[in-house]
Design a binder for this molecule. Structure first.
Ligand SMILES: NC(=O)c1ccc[n+]([C@@H]2O[C@H](COP(=O)([O-])OP(=O)(O)OC[C@H]3O[C@@H](n4cnc5c(N)ncnc54)[C@H](O)[C@@H]3O)[C@@H](O)[C@H]2O)c1
Length: 288
């Protein structure tokens, strides 16, 4: 897209973190914004904040793991603003721990939000965007969509899927001659609420028998969160990259080079048929 002024952006997970930063950046470019999010209070605060800046904004309570809820979001956006031009499929949650400790509830929750959330978003919005032949779909994946760090099984599975969906979309749009474009956003560490994802976990997917966190895990988590607060990219910096990617029609957006050696080594190991080499968790890797 070469013009954002007056166009409409829908952002899932738009009430906090990167999604909220996208909303502010798009609004600064003259766009109307629709925020879809499950967290009612954060959504109200976000909408209030944007309205205070005279932004045309709509907040819709939405659970992306529920297809009907995402269709309601699409209907509300069209009803309020007439069209959708930029679609950011960004809502996400994370669990951590080795595969033998990940419960079926962990898998269902993470894949329900991170993978089916994208599927539901495409189902509800893509036909309209393709038909109008103007628009951009931004899929928030992760460096976890290019790596296989121990301790991130469900999250990485969902993000590898996110990368492949974005790539497939790009390839299909190119092959059909569409003017619609796609971006795979693959952030490294960003200072957001993702590490407190449990706040949005539905009760029916909460494992009442889950082991309490060990002292060792708690120490690792505390050190990791300190590192994130000090060294991670800020959401507004990522929002600038996404804004520019839409205008420049850039498909791959990475936010830093911290994980590049692991990604390169993984690709080389596949080509050379070597066994995978990543031996430590993403948290340990970050703390090195
Ligand atoms: N923060 C990082 O380091 C990082 C790195 C790579 C990728 N990501 C990805 O970025 C995206 C945005 O996350 P963030 O880092 O800004 O974290 P965040 O927790 O600040 O934001 C995530 C948003 O998604 C919403 N959400 C959660 N479950 C939902 C559901 N079922 N339906 C609708 N909304 C829901 C939350 O309420 C929240 O507003 C996620 O997809 C995440 O996986 C984050």
């Amino acid at each position: 897209m070469d013009e954002l002024q007056g166009r409409v952006a829908v952002i899932t997970g738009g009430a906090s973190g990167m999604g909220l930063a996208f909303a502010h950046r798009f609004a600064a470019a003259g766009m109307k914004v629709v925020l879809g999010d499950i967290e009612a209070l954060a959504l109200d605060v976000a909408v209030e904040e944007l309205r205070g800046d005279d932004v045309e904004v709509l907040g819709v309570r939405c659970d992306v793991s529920d297809a009907a809820s995402v269709h309601d979001l699409a209907n509300a956006a069209i009803e309020s603003f007439g069209a959708v031009h930029v679609l950011c499929l960004n809502a996400g949650v994370a669990t951590s721990g080795p595969l033998q400790e990940q419960t079926l509830s962990d898998w269902q929750w993470v894949l329900g939000v991170n993978l089916m959330g994208i599927v539901h978003g495409l189902d509800a919005f893509l036909p309209g965007i393709v038909n109008q032949d103007e628009g951009h779909v931004v899929i928030t994946a992760s460096v976890a969509g290019h790596t296989a760090y121990p301790g991130l099984g469900p999250y990485s599975a969902s993000k590898h899927a996110a990368v492949v969906i974005a790539e497939t979309l790009h390839n299909e749009l190119s092959a059909s001659g569409s003017r619609v474009r796609a971006t795979a956003l693959c952030p490294g560490f960003v200072d957001t609420g993702i590490f407190e994802s449990e706040r949005n976990r539905p009760e029916h997917l909460t494992d009442a028998l889950a082991e309490p966190e060990s002292d060792e895990d708690r120490e690792l988590r505390t050190a990791f969160l300190e590192m994130i607060a000090n060294e991670a990219r800020k959401p507004a910096e990522v929002a600038d990259l996404v804004h520019d990617a839409i205008l420049n029609e850039t498909f791959w957006v990475f936010t830093d080079e911290q994980h590049a050696p692991n990604i390169t080594n993984r690709h080389a190991a596949i080509v050379e048929r070597r066994n995978p080499a990543e031996g430590q968790t993403i948290a340990e890797d970050a703390l090195d």
